[in-house]
Design a protein around this ligand. Structure first.
Ligand SMILES: O=C(O)c1ccccc1NCC(=O)[C@H](O)[C@H](O)COP(=O)(O)O
Length: 211
């Protein structure tokens, strides 16, 4: 059965919609340029609403240890999701903070999957996400999709999840096409960048559970 991570949550009502709809993971973004960026206080308030059966994932871009420490404490994080972070740094973060680590691999072409290979044994999960354009302010969360066929026949070096441009209308096909064990969404359950929509969250999770 495929489960779902709803990423970039920032309000109690939309967090509650993700939990009520059966999300396995909820994502809290700690990256100042993002419209989904959370203060530590906001993260603490949201984290307190999350039951034990749902994992709290902190989303970071090549973070420093002090940011990680404060976010882990405030957001009661269960998982660290790292974007644009070198393998050596991923290993150091995993060793220092003693939490499961997901590493994003940005995909546009088949050769981009080469970045997944050195992650074997270093990460707990690889998140295949769409590569955002050169110079974009965000490495994720832009509603972009990559060609799922690029994953055909690829020997995944670690457990994995599928992300990038998913929504209630395409997620069933994405799961059917790739066999993804976890799907991750942000823009596809928003009414505007950074504004989550409880109705869209419910529709997405219903689609995932029907797949
Ligand atoms: O969502 C953000 O603002 C963000 C900022 C910095 C690093 C990563 C970010 N998002 C990562 C995610 O896990 C998103 O859910 C993933 O990229 C998919 O986003 P979307 O294509 O918008 O569904």
């Amino acid at each position: 059965m495929t489960t779902a991570k709803i990423c970039g949550l920032s309000t109690p009502d939309t967090l509650d919609a993700a939990i009520a709809g059966g999300a396995s993971h909820v994502g809290f973004v700690f990256f100042a340029p993002s419209p989904r960026n959370l203060s530590f206080d906001a993260a603490a308030g949201l984290a307190a609403r999350v039951p034990d059966r749902v994992a709290r994932v902190g989303v970071f871009v090549d973070p420093a240890d002090d940011l990680l420490e404060r976010a882990i404490a405030a957001g009661r994080l269960d998982v660290l999701q790292l974007h644009k972070t070198a393998p050596e740094r991923i290993a150091a973060i995993r060793a220092r903070h003693c939490l499961p680590v997901w590493a994003a691999v940005a995909v546009k072409a088949r050769a981009d999957l080469d970045a997944a290979r050195p992650l074997a044994g270093l990460v707990d999960r690889i998140l295949y996400d769409a590569k955002t354009p050169e110079g974009a302010s965000l490495p994720g969360g832009m509603g972009l999709r990559f060609d799922w066929g690029l994953l055909d026949g690829f020997r995944h070096p670690a457990p994995w999840a599928l992300s990038g441009g998913l929504d209630a209308g395409n997620v069933v096909e994405a799961i059917r096409r790739t066999g993804a064990p976890i799907v991750d969404v942000s823009s596809g359950v928003e009414s505007a960048p950074g504004v989550k929509d409880a109705t869209k969250i419910a529709a997405f999770l219903k689609a995932v559970s029907s797949a």
